[in-house]
Design a protein around this ligand. Structure first.
Ligand code: NAD
Length: 278
């Protein structure tokens, strides 16, 4: 295990005791061996956090080790399946065993399936609700007591613009993400007396493996090239005609984890190029 870097978050110049507590923090990010979760992990790694990685990618351990090496931080990897509650609780217990506490939880693991309702596969519905919503319930429950005892905690749920507005053919995804915002608000109220804040980040489209898969599927089903799919089905949602940059989501998460954000709780913050303003 590496010695951890002792850096302050880039934009938090204060060296008060409160900030120092955040600088020696541990974060657990689900689904952090791919896409958005991995980018968020890099942002926290730059700022010296110890990181508990999780994800189903077969090279997850190597990905976690590489980030540990690059940023000189402590890392731990768990392949816990977010559909299996006993694995979730085991991951949290192992993480606490390794690092003593979990200060920040990011519920990021997510899956998608696109289908008209009459053909929507029930197993897909259960998987999406399980990974995108029920896992966040179990994880919040698992870290709650420790955060309460520490009188400090941050839970950040990676929801979606689809937590605030719908699109056709995404019944399970939209329902799960709307549910995640409901969970966010409820836990924000329950956490308020204990210094625990709970917020949701609601990204528009980010070009990650999850979205690349959708682009390929749409290209095949509509018999049009991928650049046309991006223009007609993806960026048509964004008044700012660009993908959301994953780094900006990492920086927003880092801010929400900081002491400066201690009065922000129960929110669902869009970062979506103007999508939900329409
Ligand atoms: P991704 O496919 O690149 O990453 C998803 C991660 O979740 C992977 O690490 C995967 O292994 C993990 N995962 C999936 N099922 C799991 C399970 N059962 N157990 C453990 N881990 C599991 O996707 P992404 O785009 O980076 O998505 C990350 C989050 O961001 C998701 O919650 C997604 O809904 C949300 N989001 C993404 C976008 C976007 O445009 N990419 C937009 C809004 C919200």
């Amino acid at each position: 295990m590496k010695n951890r870097a002792d850096k302050s978050p880039d934009y938090l110049a204060s060296s008060s005791n409160e900030e120092q507590r955040f600088n020696s923090s541990t974060i657990l990010i689900t689904g952090s061996t791919s896409g958005l979760g991995l980018e968020i992990a890099k942002e926290f790694a730059k700022n010296g956090y110890s990181i508990i990685f999780n994800g189903l990618e077969s090279d997850g351990q190597n990905i976690a080790n590489a980030i540990g090496e690059e940023f000189n931080i402590n890392v731990y990897f768990s392949a816990a399946n977010m559909l299996i509650p006993s694995e979730i609780y085991e991951m949290v217990n192992e993480g606490i065993g390794k690092f003593g506490k979990i200060d920040v939880l990011i519920n990021n693991a997510g899956v998608q399936h696109v289908s008209p309702i009459e053909n929507f596969d029930t197993e897909k519905w259960n998987e999406i609700i399980g990974v995108n919503l029920t896992a966040a319930f179990h994880l919040s429950k698992a870290v709650w007591q420790g955060m309460k005892e520490n009188k400090m905690g941050r839970i950040i749920n990676i929801a979606s613009a689809h937590a605030l507005v719908a699109s056709e053919y995404k019944a399970a995804y939209v329902a799960s993400k709307h549910g995640l915002v409901g969970l966010t608000k409820t836990l924000a109220l329950e956490g308020a007396p204990y210094g625990i804040t709970v917020n949701a980040i609601c990204p528009g489209y980010v070009k990650t493996p999850l979205v690349e898969k959708q682009i390929t599927q749409l290209s095949n089903s509509h018999h049009i090239p991928e650049n046309e799919v991006i223009e007609k089905f993806i960026l048509n949602k964004h008044p700012i005609k660009k993908f959301v940059n994953e780094e900006s989501i990492g920086k927003l998460a880092l801010f929400l984890a900081s002491h400066a954000a201690s009065m922000i709780t129960g929110t669902a913050i869009p970062i979506d190029g103007g999508w939900v303003a329409q």
